[in-house]
Ligand binder design. Structure first.
Ligand SMILES: C[S@@+](CC[C@H](N)C(=O)[O-])C[C@H]1O[C@@H](n2cnc3c(N)ncnc32)[C@H](O)[C@@H]1O
Length: 243
């Protein structure tokens, strides 16, 4: 009986379209939902990191390389081969750091970007087209760039590198596109090639309705588990190991 009443009320609400009056609040409600999830995530995970600066009153973007160094030292990546993928290269600041700090000739570094800026607005401050830079001028033969939307370049890349992506070399996947769409698309495409011990680095993880939401949904939908390892700037930069 109760079930019939619930079904009837749900159908009535759909038919009346009453909830369209909430549409102007969609963004706010969505943000509150994901911020609440992020807060619960912090509550559950903040003690699990090998190293984290939470809570720091001084969030400082220039501390990003400390997290890269922690990852590099933890996995002894300075001299060993690594397959490094960066999604969101812009002028190449982080890409160049990884390239300069790994000396192994068998390493490969792949950078993906529109190189024409963000494909959509991000938050209230960055408009579509922001962060536009040309392809970085890098002479190192281990580095390759793929220009265009991930949604256009990544699937053909995977088709061309199917065997390569399955090699038993640690992958470091640096997700620095800022956007929910780009981050979730990338994780979903790379899912079949992720193996235990691969590393995911996020650059704006604590932005609740973008990178956090992308990883949260990815883990929920694909049943993937990610172990927190390093965090910087109150979880703005976070590294995870695939379990
Ligand atoms: C914050 S910047 C990257 C910063 C860079 N990693 C660094 O350390 O200097 C974000 C980049 O992501 C790129 N981007 C975002 N969404 C994208 C998408 N769907 N396809 C391709 N590039 C995208 C933008 O063009 C922008 O250059």
């Amino acid at each position: 009986m109760l079930l019939r009443i619930v079904k009837f009320l749900k159908d009535l609400l759909l038919a009346s379209r009453l909830f369209t009056i909430l549409k102007p609040l969609n963004h706010l409600l969505g943000f509150l939902f994901h911020f609440t999830k992020l807060t619960s995530w912090v509550n559950k995970n903040s003690g699990k990191f090998i190293k984290s600066d939470f809570y720091t009153p001084n969030r400082n973007y220039s501390k990003r390389p400390f997290l890269y160094k922690d990852v590099m030292d933890h996995y002894a990546l300075a001299d060993n081969p690594v397959h490094y993928f960066e999604f969101g290269v812009a002028s190449g600041v982080s890409f160049k750091w990884w390239l300069a700090n790994n000396s192994n000739n068998d390493s490969h570094f792949f950078g993906f970007d529109t190189f024409e800026g963000l494909p959509e607005d991000w938050g209230g401050f960055y408009q579509k087209g922001a962060m536009s830079h040309g392809i970085p001028d890098i002479k190192d033969e281990r580095a390759k760039f793929y220009k265009g939307l991930f949604q256009e370049t990544l699937t053909p890349f995977i088709e061309d590198h199917n065997a390569f992506l399955k090699l038993p070399i640690r992958k470091v996947i640096h997700l620095d596109a800022d956007l929910f769409t780009a981050t979730l698309f990338t994780l979903s495409q790379l899912y079949p090639y992720l193996k235990k011990g691969d590393v995911l680095i996020f650059d704006e993880f604590s932005v609740a309705n973008h990178e956090f939401k992308a990883l949260d949904l990815f883990q929920e939908v694909f049943y993937v588990k990610c172990k927190p390892i390093f965090a910087q700037n109150n979880f703005y930069q976070v590294a995870f190991e695939i379990e």
